[in-house]
Each structure stands twice: as C-alpha cells, then as structure tokens.
Design a binder for this molecule. Structure first.
Ligand code: ATP
Ligand code: MG
Ligand code: MG
Length: 389
C-alpha cells in the first residue's frame, strides 16, 4: 500500500490503535516511547532490525532525532512532545512531519492555543493569562467571575491540570494543587452539552469531518460518547462541523485532529480545545464509520486517498473503561458483560498497571436504533461499580 515507514512519538493506546490500523494496510511503524512493552509496542513486532522500536522519551530531542533517522514520515499520538526538536528536524532534513511542528507547538500550550483560535475569529470563551500568585488569580476572578476554571497551560490531560475555583478563599489550595505550573484562567462555561468533531486533512489540504459526537464527562474524564449527535436544532450538526473544520484550517499539517466544543442553551458553540492527533471522542469511528479516525490519519499522512467518514450504523456509543483501583477486577466484570451484548466490541489497551482514574480500555456499542443502543448499553452501565441502582 505504501512503502513509507511511519514513526510515532508516543506508544500509548492511541499509538496502539494506529498500529492496529497500520497492520491492516501492511504499513510499517516504529514507536518512540519509554519502555519495551507499552500498549503500542506490544502489538508491533519489528519484522526487521531497522524497524526496532526506540526506548526513550518523546520529549527527548536526541531520541526524536534517532526516530526521525529511521522513518519516512513522523507523526504523534500525544502533543506533549519536544516541538522545537521537530521544527529543527523539519528545517534541516525536510522530513515529512504531520501535523506540522508549529501546529503541535501552538496546541501543546493551551493558552497559546486559545490565543490562536481567538485571533482566527473562532468562538472561544474569555480567558486570561495568570501567574501562580494570590493577587494575579484574584484579579482574574474579578475580571472573569466565579466559578473560574484555572488550567495548566502545558502537559494537561484528563482534566488533571484543571482546578475549579468556586471562591477566592480557595486560591492558595489551587496554587498548591497546580504545583507552580504555568497557568491561565478561563471564564466558566455553563454549557448544556459537550460535543466533539474529528477532522482529517490530506497533505494537499483536502478536509473532511466526521459526524458530531456528544461527549459526557465524569470527574473531568471522558466517560461516554454518543454518535451521531441528536438534537431538535436541525442546523446544529452542520454548524459544529463547520466550526471544527474552520478551526483545523487555521493550523498547518496533515492528519486527524479532534475538536472539543461546548454547546450552550441558546445553541451557541464555543471551542474548548483541539487535539492534533486521534482522540478519545473518535474511538467510535472504528466500528461505526466507513473509515476509522486511525486509518484516515494514516491515509492522510501517507498521501493516500481518504476514506469516507460517514456512519455505517444508525446509532453508536463508546464507554471508557477507567481504572477503579489497582486491579482490573471491576473492568473484567464489565468486559465480560459486554461479551454477551450484541454489537459490543471490547478494546483493552494492555497497560501494565491498572490505577484509579487511568484509561484502561473502552467498549463501543453499535445498534440499528437509538432505543436498541440504550438497551444494549444498559447492562454495561449497570456493571459499573458506581452505577446508581
Ligand atoms: P483532555 O485533554 O483529556 O480532554 P484536559 O485535561 O485538556 O482534558 P479540558 O478539556 O480543558 O482538560 O477540560 C476537561 C473538562 O473540564 C471539559 O471536558 C469540561 O467538562 C470541563 N471544562 C473545561 N473548561 C471548562 C470551562 N471553561 N467551563 C466549564 N467547564 C469546563
Ligand atoms: Mg486536553
Ligand atoms: Mg479536553
């Protein structure tokens, strides 16, 4: 299909699912990540010595250069990489890097990302840079109101860099919690729903978006995804897709991007954040769409024709399997229940250790109708340890 070798910075679950897609096209993949047996490396036995994976950090310039020297195209499954090293490799060697190092650099700093979106006239709620001092955060609260969302500018995921400031007396606690990370503040968005759209772009700039999904978060972590979005507002899906496509047009580079958005009571949409890579809200595309987000990412960065992003089932949902404790027993109970559910597909990521709050896998359910989807989902939700009886 393609003789090009793909190098991926990061070897977690997104790298594993990219690798699974690559294997169907017989595309060779080399992974850079710490350790020899992470989720992606586990399923990718190198077929020849030059395809050996690299043990090291995706934030280590030396290791990134080593990966670059072995491959024809570089891509990422995480944005917390050394963007300067990627920029340097691109200018000195001309290697194909997707998405572009500059897109990664902007997106990996959530404050710069918000500035970029605002300056491109994309809808974002108010935000302001803050220092980790009581004075600075209090001034932001006066400007933007309470509650106030404090966010780490960098290295954020699963809401771990976020602190909801409900009253000014909590400022010292917030500073301690966010541990002197570079911060910014966002105005609280009283959204009714969260939605997300995956967008893929080819090296020639052709753009396609996936159907709008509704994402439901619990404790700041994505819990459930439903696709397609159901709404009485007939224009909503098209408006959301257009905003997502315009947002991705403002960045450079090929591949898949995830656009997280807030939906307001009056139908207004704000962009929350962009992911320059496959995204949790697009896992459903593996079973529910003509071409998954992973395969289309590979097709895009390898300059192959894109596949259709259309749904091939009437209704779908994705349930994240988040660790409850240090062992997998709770998750095993849910996956065992899933085996009896028609239309359910279990994905386990092969992570070495289970931990509370860690993404260990997911289950996608597809169905011929929304009613049937709910019926199929019910036994899975009931198998969750914290299910409300
Ligand atoms: P991830 O990258 O895993 O999606 P993250 O750590 O980058 O997460 P955000 O997406 O910024 O975190 O925020 C996590 C969740 O917190 C959002 O999905 C939303 O539920 C809530 N949230 C974020 N920003 C705001 C805001 N300004 N107002 C209200 N809720 C918010
Ligand atoms: Mg994020
Ligand atoms: Mg997010």
């Amino acid at each position: 299909m393609s003789e090009k070798i793909v190098g991926i910075l990061g070897g977690g679950q997104l790298g594993r699912m990219l690798a699974a897609s690559a294997s169907l096209l017989n595309v060779k993949v080399v992974i850079l990540d710490a350790g020899d047996n992470g989720p992606a490396k586990q399923i990718l036995a190198p077929s020849e010595p030059r395809l050996a994976h690299i043990d090291g950090s995706f934030a280590d310039p030396q290791k990134i250069r080593e990966l670059a020297s072995k491959v024809d195209v570089l891509t990422v499954e995480i944005e917390h990489v050394d963007a300067a090293a990627l920029e340097d490799i691109q200018t000195t060697t001309g290697l194909q890097i997707h998405p572009s190092p500059s897109a990664i650099r902007i997106i990996q700093d959530k404050f710069r990302q918000k500035e970029h979106l605002a300056s491109n006239h994309l809808p974002v709620s108010d935000f302001v840079a803050v220092d980790s001092t009581v004075e600075s955060i209090s001034a932001a609260a006066t400007q933007l109101g309470l509650p106030l969302m404090l966010k780490s500018r960098t290295l954020a995921y699963d809401g771990r860099g976020n602190f909801v400031l409900r009253e000014l007396s909590q400022v010292p606690e917030a500073i301690a919690f966010l541990n002197n990370r570079p911060l910014y503040a966002e105005k609280w968005v009283p959204f009714t729903n969260e939605i997300a759209v995956m967008v893929v772009r080819t090296v020639d700039g052709e753009l396609q978006s996936y159907p709008v999904a509704e994402t439901v978060h619990k404790d700041n972590i994505c819990h459930l995804v439903f696709a397609p979005l159901r709404s009485r507002d007939a224009s909503l899906s098209q408006r959301a897709r257009t905003i997502a496509e315009n947002a991705i047009r403002s960045f450079t580079g090929a591949g898949i991007f995830g656009v997280e958005m807030f939906l307001m009571q009056d139908g207004k949409i704000f962009i929350n954040e962009i992911a320059p890579r496959p995204h949790n809200s697009g896992h459903y595309t593996i079973e529910a769409c003509e071409t998954s987000q992973y395969e289309n990412h590979l097709r895009a960065i390898l300059a192959l024709p894109l596949g259709s992003t259309a749904l091939k089932v009437p209704s779908s949902a994705m349930l994240n399997l988040i660790g409850y404790s240090a062992n997998m027993s709770e998750i095993t109970a849910i996956t065992t229940a899933a085996l009896a559910v028609p239309g359910a597909s279990v994905h386990l990521y092969g992570k070495a250790e289970c931990r509370k709050g860690r993404k260990m896998g997911h289950i996608t359910v597809v169905a011929p109708s929304d009613a049937e989807l709910r019926a199929r989902l019910r036994p899975l939700l009931q198998a969750l340890p914290d299910a409300t009886p």
